[in-house]
Design a protein around this ligand. Structure first.
Ligand code: ZN
Length: 161
């Protein structure tokens, strides 16, 4: 078991935070954005960026190539659906996607929207880590959190109609 501190300050003890999230043991702040047969989408409000989405597999695997054919198809369909919704309800023009295999959590893809203010942290992918840290440390005020929660709600409605 590992002890993990959540964005809202509470601490949980889990083997894998992704498993805890997809199985409903840990409820993500803002709730579940979308769920398919094999995937689960939520926002990690520890990084309060409007429209940021984390798409996690329901199964505990580490890598893309461990997904079954059905899961792979579901993955790309859900990813596209979320991307379309980000564009439609939040007007998000660009998204950066990444997933890393050397993580203590299981397979999950970050969808990080690109906003104008992020250019202060670099022109392209080199800005992603500084942007996330800036969001975590400097953007966790009530007003921004409110905006983030609204964006989660808008995506949730769009994706589940
Ligand atoms: Zn897991």
């Amino acid at each position: 078991m590992r002890r993990i501190q959540l964005a809202n300050g509470t601490t949980v003890e889990v083997e894998c935070l992704s498993c805890a999230l997809v199985n409903g043991v840990v409820e993500p702040d803002g709730g579940v954005i979308y769920e398919s047969d094999y995937f689960h989408a939520h926002q990690d409000v520890a990084y309060p960026i409007r429209g940021l989405v984390i798409l996690a597999s329901k199964r505990h695997v580490k890598s893309l190539d461990e997904l079954t054919e059905e899961e792979k198809i579901d993955y790309i369909q859900v990813l596209s659906k979320i991307r379309e919704s980000q564009r439609k309800v939040l007007g998000i023009e660009y998204v950066y996607y990444f997933y890393n295999e050397d993580t203590t959590h299981h397979f999950h893809t970050w969808m990080v929207p690109r906003y104008e203010w992020m250019y202060d942290f670099g022109r392209s992918v080199e800005s992603v880590r500084p942007v996330l840290l800036h969001a975590r440390n400097e953007m966790n005020d009530d007003e921004n959190m409110e905006e983030v929660k609204k964006s989660i709600a808008a995506l949730t409605v769009e994706l589940n109609r």
